[in-house]
Design a protein around this ligand. Structure first.
Ligand code: FAD
Ligand code: NA7
Length: 551
């Protein structure tokens, strides 16, 4: 790895504890929030980050094969034309270390590090109604106070580590992909991996190339399409940069914000042969979101269209995978309705002599032994390294991990007893002056344009509140209920609820299955935000501050 994993010091002055705004998290969301609020609005801001480096997802996920599956030209900030035009890319997708290098560039360019406290985990925050201020507590027992609290906690950031008997007695290295150790190399090792989501499939492809052998413990088979990754010609980069204005206008008005035109043609409106041609072209072009949303307009909503896409991918698995039993086990039967995946040769990887597949629904893992993994058939799969690619307690996981209390000491878990909810994905009733970036029921898209949209809206709300003498901003319960209903209605127009995945919290044992995203697309989301603004920030109560806070 050539990119240093930590941006250069200095970090924030530890004696400063009182701020206009505290931002929790130093991923893309937190960093842009700092830039907006401090550099553009002149507020005193402190970022608190539990990791020992900036970058969030891209600091922690250093497993072999980690990369973005949004194309490079739209997996970046767009808020500054100069930044957009000065920063190049050389491959169609960015590797983890490329993204971290980009984040370090941003941190240095906007002089962000001096207001970031690393190694600082926020364990709780409480709203003080007498002063209209937040008190934020850290694991080290420090306290910070602020008028506005901005949470950039990440929606895929709280590790999901299953509890399997015997884990504590494993004698090799046991790791989760979201906490990949700097010194761990799988080359020449016997490796086991549990999980075949986006992360697992990336890891499997990369690790198979150097591990002595790789045993894949698969619970649910996945639909994967090629990513089409490869080098990008500098001339293409230059041409893309020339077109950035149009590209970003299109991205912001589109549904999934991946930088391609979404299809307006229904799958049933063409012949079977034409459908197959469209799928084949998309397969050759590469990209998972493109395959689902760029081929036909109704793959995610119409069961027949969805089955046509699924059948096509299943036919590819049958063509590619040589061993019939492995092909059978790799073939999904449920709808094609999880986050669409793409990668570089997932199914082909199972033709390698050093890779074997254990379908754990048919042959469950019974325990982790000191030497490996024992399955129900009595086999002990010996490994030196056991990798958990088991994903995240997504969206609300990091909120619930804190002692977060709003009006009257209301705990976030009480407020979200039924389900995690919000108004517009950015505010929640009873938690005044608290904002969320990628909070529950935010848009389901390429995330950077959604992060920018939300940070800009939150910054605008804070700016106008500050101008009104530090007014208090809070969602009404009615607005929150209405937004939840909107998100549920849209989600149930799609096929996504028909499969069990993190998108609905279905991956965590005991977690209630519920709608956690606005599936109406970024363009519609931005229109709603504009409409809310034009109607005097409808659904938000903006009130004068308490006397004590003004004094
Ligand atoms: P994060 O990057 O998750 O940052 C949140 C930060 O908050 C973390 O640094 C965390 O340590 C910190 N934090 C949380 N709780 C606390 C606390 N209590 N105290 C202090 N600090 C705290 N998205 C896409 O759009 N396209 C992709 O191709 C894509 N690929 C991905 C691949 C992987 C392997 C993963 C895991 C995610 C991927 N994502 C992708 C999603 C990715 O998380 C977002 O794109 C983006 O990086 C999120 O930025 P963020 O700042 O919101 O959150
Ligand atoms: P995912 O998509 O939640 O995938 C996790 C994988 O781990 C998935 O295959 C799960 O099977 C499997 N899993 C989870 N728990 C277990 C247990 N207990 N036993 C066996 N297998 C298990 O997480 P990712 O990190 O891959 O991706 C999350 C997002 O991050 C992704 O969409 C990108 O946006 C980046 P399951 O399918 O639940 O049967």
């Amino acid at each position: 790895m050539t990119t240093p994993i930590r941006a250069a010091a200095p970090t924030a002055d530890p004696t400063d504890t009182d701020f206009d705004a505290v931002v929790v998290g130093a991923g893309f969301a937190g960093l842009y929030s700092l830039h907006k609020l401090r550099n553009e609005q002149g507020l005193r801001v402190r970022v608190l980050e539990k990791g020992s480096g900036v970058g969030g997802t891209w600091f922690f996920n250093r497993y072999p094969g980690a990369k973005s599956d949004t194309e490079s030209f739209v997996y970046r900030y767009s808020f500054d034309d100069d930044l957009l035009r000065e920063y190049d890319w050389t491959t169609r997708y960015l590797e983890q270390e490329d993204i971290l290098a980009y984040i370090h560039h941003v941190v240095e360019r906007y002089d962000l590090m001096k207001d970031i406290r690393l190694d600082t985990e926020v364990t709780g925050a409480a709203w003080d109604e007498s002063r209209d201020r937040w008190t934020v507590r850290t694991a080290a027992g420090e306290e910070f106070t602020c008028t506005y609290l901005v949470n950039g906690l990440g929606l895929l950031a709280k590790t999901n580590m299953p509890d399997i008997p015997g884990m504590d007695h494993f004698e090799g290295r046991l790791v989760h992909t979201n906490a990949w150790p700097e010194d761990l190399d799988v080359a020449g090792k016997r490796v086991g991996v549990i999980g075949t989501g986006s992360t697992g499939t990336q890891f499997i492809i990369a690790a198979a190339k150097t591990a002595e052998n790789l045993t894949v413990f698969q619970r649910s088979p996945q639909y994967c399409v090629p990513s089409g990754n490869g080098p990008v010609d500098p001339a293409e980069v230059a041409e893309t940069k020339k077109n950035f204005d149009a590209i970003w206008t299109q991205v912001r008005g589109s549904s999934v914000a991946f930088g391609f035109e979404e299809s307006a043609i229904e799958a049933g409106s063409v012949t079977e042969e034409q459908r197959r041609q469209v799928f084949q072209q998309a397969w050759d072009r590469g990209n998972g979101f493109h395959f689902m949303f760029g081929t036909f307009s109704d793959i995610a909503t119409n069961p027949e269209a969805n089955e046509a896409a699924a059948t096509f991918i299943r036919s590819k698995i049958a063509e590619i995978v040589e061993d019939p039993e492995t092909a059978r086990a790799l073939t999904p039967t449920e709808p094609y309705a999880k986050r669409p995946l793409c990668n570089e040769g997932y199914y082909e990887t199972f033709n390698r002599d050093n890779v074997s597949l254990v379908p754990v629904k048919e042959n469950p893992i019974v325990r982790i032994t000191p030497r490996g993994v024992r399955t129900a058939d009595g086999v002990e799969h010996e490994v030196d390294i056991l990798v958990f690619a088991t994903g995240f307690d997504a969206v609300d996981g990091n909120y619930r991990a804190m002692d977060l209390r709003g009006r009257g000491g209301l705990h976030i878990n009480e407020h979200w007893a039924d389900a995690p909810t919000s108004y517009l994905g950015i505010t929640t009733a009873n938690f005044p002056n608290m904002f969320m970036i990628l909070g529950p029921n935010g848009p389901f898209t390429n995330l950077l344009p959604s992060i920018e949209t939300q940070v800009e809206y939150v910054a605008e709300l804070i700016e106008s509140a500050v101008a009104r003498g530090r007014a208090v901003v809070e969602a009404t319960s009615e607005a929150e209920t209405g937004w939840t209903a909107t998100c549920e209605e849209i989600a149930h127009m799609t096929l996504f609820p028909k499969t069990a995945s993190w998108i609905f919290g279905a991956n965590i044992p005991g977690k209630k299955r519920t709608v956690m995203f606005f599936l109406g697309g970024l363009g519609m989301y931005r229109q709603i935000l504009a409409d809310v603004r034009e109607n005097g920030y409808r659904g938000l109560r903006i009130t004068e501050p308490a006397r004590a806070a003004v004094a």
